[in-house]
Design a protein around this ligand. Structure first.
Ligand code: GLU
Length: 448
């Protein structure tokens, strides 16, 4: 058998050649396959059956035109995507992102990550992602509705409760999910609750789905700290972003006795040394859809920094919850110099490879998104369970399930990292846990 390392490099070169220009996808693939050497050496059958080559090639990729009319009557054209990456463990599952940066490379990186993340949850869900280069920011509700209706008018034929189950991501929240589901129901003549998750709890959604990703990240960080004999209580925290993930990470941090001193949006960040006032933030972001600069106007002892670097704010716990590659090596070094002991990724791939290397070299607790932010999609799987049984669980019960899932994810990643000779390395742990589950199912199904 050829040397495993050389083989991994050859596969990576092929991925780069076949997916030209898709930088984020290359980055996501590299980050996973470079950790798989030990598992491939222990299991030659994965190599023999070309599992890595197959796993790096999406099962299907759908690209479509999304035409719609804005409030002035002008015709707008966007591009829609849905990539079904892997369905070895269950129907395709993953969110939709509406953001101007969306192109095939972003959707593929997210779909690839999702495949492993979903496997790490231990729930029966495959991996997918989709979205559009449409920007809901600044658009009226009526415009967002017309866009969502046009998007679903093509997407509906590719999805289904046993086929592909979308949900939200950046730019897609309860409002968008409502419009999308409404159009699906209308076109298909079916009230198929399980076709989409992240629904409003008043019509088939799960209590805790909104909170789940943020709460889950904090539970995961809590477990990492516990494994080192530390706790989250009393820690000073910085959380980037101010969307769903960030807001509910902050809420759980506060509940556990930590203090959050800064958060951000794509324009800038606020530093509030007395602690971010969550009720004000929620009203501004959730009810009024306003910007983070308005927070400082309402809370005069907070400072707003336009286009600044949030990671310069000293903290012991850092939760990047905004977007990919938002925390680079320089930021990682600043965090370390300021005494940061734990990092949990609420966003997907928010830390650059250089940043990850810096955290790992320093030996701090670093939880990659595939494990740390898996609580969101795990709660989507709980929503699918409720839909399938036409049941609705209480908040307390659902949160308990989420907490158990996050503890189990931590334990699995921790044990697997140790088993493969890298104790405390959650990147190795999560990648191998996810890979083995997907790979074993693929082997069982034969060449498909
Ligand atoms: N977009 C979320 C993620 O990155 C959630 C996907 C889902 O709930 O299906 O995991």
């Amino acid at each position: 058998m050829p040397d495993i390392q050389a083989r991994i490099e050859t596969i990576f070169e092929q991925v780069v050649r076949r997916n030209a220009g898709e930088r984020e996808f290359h980055q996501a693939v590299k980050e996973v396959i470079e950790t798989l050497g030990p598992v491939l050496r222990a299991h030659p059958e994965y190599t023999e059956h070309k599992i890595i080559e197959r796993i790096c090639e999406p099962e299907r990729q759908i690209i479509f035109r999304v035409p719609w009319q804005d409030d002035r009557g002008e015709v707008q054209i966007h591009r829609g995507f849905r990539v079904g990456f892997n369905s070895a463990l269950g129907p395709y599952k993953g969110g939709l992102r509406f953001h101007p940066s969306v192109y095939l490379g972003i959707v593929k990186f997210l779909g690839f990550e999702q495949t492993f993340k979903n496997a790490v949850t231990g729930m029966p869900i495959g991996g997918a992602k989709g979205g559009s280069d449409f920007d809901p920011k600044g658009r009226s509700d009526a415009e967002v509705m017309r866009f969502c209706q046009s998007f679903m008018t093509e997407l509906y034929r590719h999805i289904g409760e046993f086929t592909d189950v979308p949900a939200g991501d950046i730019g897609v929240g309860a409002r968008e999910i409502g419009f999308l589901f409404g159009q699906y129901k209308r076109i298909t003549n079916r009230y198929e609750s399980g076709v989409i998750t992240g629904k409003d709890p008043r019509w088939g959604g799960s209590l805790v789905r909104r909170e789940a990703t943020g709460y889950g990240v904090v539970y995961f960080v809590e477990e990492m700290l516990k494994a080192r004999g530390e706790s989250i209580e009393g820690k000073t925290c910085v959380v980037s972003g101010s969307g769903n993930v960030a807001i509910y990470a902050m809420e759980k941090l506060e509940a556990l006795g930590a203090q959050v001193v800064a958060c951000s949006d794509s324009n800038g960040f606020v530093h509030h040394p007395r602690g971010i006032h969550l009720a004000t933030l929620k009203r501004l972001k959730e009810a009024e859809r306003r910007r983070i600069r308005d927070y400082a106007a309402e809370r005069p002892d907070a400072k707003y920094v336009e286009a600044g670097r949030i990671w310069d704010v000293p903290c012991q716990v850092a939760l990047p919850c905004a977007t990919e590659n938002e925390l680079d090596e320089r930021a990682a070094r600043t965090l370390l110099a300021n005494g940061c002991v734990a990092v949990g990724e609420g966003a997907n791939m928010p830390v650059t490879p250089g940043g990850v290397r810096a955290f790992q070299a320093a030996g701090i607790a670093y939880g990659p998104g595939k494990a740390a932010n898996a609580g969101g999609v795990a709660t989507s799987a709980l929503e699918m369970q409720q839909n399938a049984s036409r049941d609705a669980w209480t908040f307390e019960y659902t949160e308990r399930r989420l907490h158990e899932i996050m503890r189990r994810i931590h334990r699995d990643c921790h044990e697997t990292a140790a088993e493969f000779g890298c104790p405390g390395n959650y990147v190795v742990g999560a990648n191998i846990v996810g890979f083995r589950r997907v790979a074993d199912a693929m082997l069982a199904f034969g060449v498909v």
